[in-house]
Design a protein around this ligand. Sequence first.
Ligand SMILES: Cc1cc2nc3c(=O)[nH]c(=O)nc-3n(C[C@H](O)[C@H](O)[C@H](O)COP(=O)(O)OP(=O)(O)OC[C@H]3O[C@@H](n4cnc5c(N)ncnc54)[C@H](O)[C@@H]3O)c2cc1C
Length: 419
Amino acid sequence: MNFDHSKLSFDLQKRIQNYFITHILPRNREWYDYMARAESSEPPFLKQLRQQARSEGLWNLALPNLADDEPGTRLSNLEFAPIAEIMGRIPWASQLFNCHAPDVPNMEILQLFGTEDQKERWLRPLLEGEIRSAFAMTEPNVASSDATNINTRIEKHKDHYLINGHKWFAAGAGHPDCKFIVVMGVSNPEGTRTKRHSMVIVPIDAPGIDIIRNVKVFNHIDMGTPNTELKLKNVKVSLQNLIGQEGSGFKIAQARLGPARIHHCMRSIGQCEVLIELMMARAQERVAFGKPIIDYDTTQRRIAESRLEIELARLLVYKTAWLLDSQGSRAARREISLIKVAVARAFHKIADRAVQLFGAMGVTEDTPIANAFSWSRAFRIYDGPDEVHLRVIFKLEQKPSYSLGDSPYLYRQQSNEQD
Ligand SMILES: Cc1cc2nc3c(=O)[nH]c(=O)nc-3n(C[C@H](O)[C@H](O)[C@H](O)COP(=O)(O)OP(=O)(O)OC[C@H]3O[C@@H](n4cnc5c(N)ncnc54)[C@H](O)[C@@H]3O)c2cc1C
């Protein structure tokens, strides 16, 4: 394993950091004030910042497999990791560099499985940052952590698919720039468990799409990437809108979730760093019972435990990125699950400590802590709940090649025979 930063990554880290400090952080309060009262998706200055980032070459940094004629930097996952961390320090920064979910994982599936026509019509404008997209797998009426349960019907007719179903948490579908949704549904009901589903591109303005609401997460709507509930009633799409093969929906979902998960983990580590910085600043200034709270052992332990957890999480994320780059997503399956559990847990524990350390202020809207607390809690569910990843980790645990009785580690050979 080699975690050295390449020259390209190092150079881009410096440039992104500089852009972050000069153009993004100074607008953070303005962004927050706008979003707190906004009905709409983003403050007007976002577009201008995006154009500027693009003109400086800080664009599409999260896509290792860009074609020669596609705009972007072609960083590997490992090269992107420290950059995603900088962007992750505040929730709206990734969009400025066209590195945000759910568009990046959607771009990846179109790169991998899309036809030339789909690439031209849907992938290109996403790469250019002209449109947004959404991904609709989860359904309120079935346990969607098991993707094989997905119930929406995608029926094949002579020249079109007919789609009927009910989705929620289709992140981004309620954004005004969203032009299409990748919908997963059952196309081959007679197929085996993992070969029954397909994915199709559904234009957002297709007749029959009924947007019901943007669901609140812990009573809060993320207007930038709203979690939309919608129904599809007799929605017709062309046969050309099928992604990959019929029956390959489950496989595509697996391929899509690898990059989606690792990017969320990378960004979350950036948020953890901010939480530590805030805890340190607060603990040095706040005096209780005659001394700054930083002088209390409990505070020092909180900070030290947080540092320990971040460093462990980061190393595991780097290892996973390195595996993805060098051996592909199948080889990184176990590590993707490991980081999904480890980072979400670390993030949530650190956010919880920050809430406690800040006292009442920690639960208000005056700091990013309450937001980090609820977001990190949700992170233990989205991209697959902890339990599902632990199950994968367990399944991939190597069995020993000996029976216990023959184990050379036992000091005495064991026999199963009854006395
Ligand atoms: C903020 C947010 C954003 C999201 N974005 C998207 C998106 O863009 N697109 C999309 O399609 N979906 C999205 N989701 C949905 C998310 O992926 C699902 O909520 C998740 O897969 C879990 O499915 P479920 O809610 O149906 O829970 P269920 O499947 O009903 O599971 C509920 C609970 O059952 C337990 N459980 C499940 N399986 C096991 C097991 N094997 N062993 C032990 N316990 C188990 C777990 O505790 C689990 O949390 C998002 C969710 C959130 C909160």
